[in-house]
Design a protein around this ligand. Structure first.
Ligand code: ADE
Length: 229
């Protein structure tokens, strides 16, 4: 898989890919993540990428030309499955979407800023609009990192068996059950007896029960939803 991220602030996106699981996935060539500095496509000697909005009103709008030129350059190299725009008024991101996107080959993720991008790009170029939650961030970069992380960890070979994505919260429409490690007791706080018995069918049943209970309490909405592919 390849993810091309278009941003006016590439330095904001360097560290999420420079550590831990994502860094390892990149080093192992399981994914290519390329950052593209939108300012390089800016217009004139000031490399302008935004302008005042028609009709008046506070806030700048990201112009069509720099974004279009950048995307067209990328499209010359390969075809893209989705051109994603990160925006608070997009479709709410969830595990099902991450699963679906992880099956794609080439993705572009465009990070918005200020008042967002010119609507004409949304009408004619963007194929998918994603929000990571009902709040407004300063820009799309952190949201792009969240989406990329959720996708990349699902790619074959990225996680080892121990960290298998299949046992994550949401993968089976349920939140994950509680986990414990050594010691068996500390400060009088004990690990649930069942987990120390070695009776794996019973342990599995206990975990399922716990997952259901936690989901019912915290996210009853999940019990009505379909997160599968
Ligand atoms: N850009 C600003 N806020 C955002 C959000 N909540 N999701 C995606 N992109 C954003």
């Amino acid at each position: 898989m390849r993810i091309d991220i278009i941003t006016a602030l590439p330095q904001l996106l360097e560290s999420p890919f420079a550590d831990s699981i994502l860094q390892r996935a990149i080093k192992r060539n399981l994914v290519t993540v390329q950052l593209h500095d939108l300012k390089k496509y800016g217009i004139g000697k000031h490399q302008q990428i935004d302008d005042y909005q028609f009709g008046g009103g506070a806030g700048m709008v990201m112009m069509v030309e720099p974004i279009l030129n950048c995307i067209q350059d990328l499209k010359k190299e390969r075809t893209y499955d989705e051109i994603i725009y990160m925006t608070p008024d997009g479709e709410l991101f969830n595990q099902k979407m991450a699963n679906q996107l992880s099956l794609k080959k080439n993705l572009i993720i465009l990070c918005g800023h200020y008042k967002g991008i010119d609507q004409r790009l949304r009408d004619h170029i963007i194929t998918k609009e994603i929000s990571i939650g009902s709040y407004v961030l300063s820009g799309g970069e952190l949201a792009a990192a969240v989406v990329s992380d959720a996708i990349i960890r699902l790619l074959p070979g990225v996680l080892n068996d121990e960290a298998s994505a299949l046992s994550d919260s949401f993968q089976d429409d349920l939140l994950a059950p509680p986990v414990y490690t050594r010691p068996k007791e500390i400060n009088g706080w004990k690990v649930p007896e069942i987990l120390t018995t070695g009776n794996f069918p019973k342990i599995e049943a206990w975990r399922e029960e716990q997952a259901l209970e936690i989901t019912r309490k915290r996210r009853p909405d999940l019990l009505d939803k379909d997160f599968s592919d």
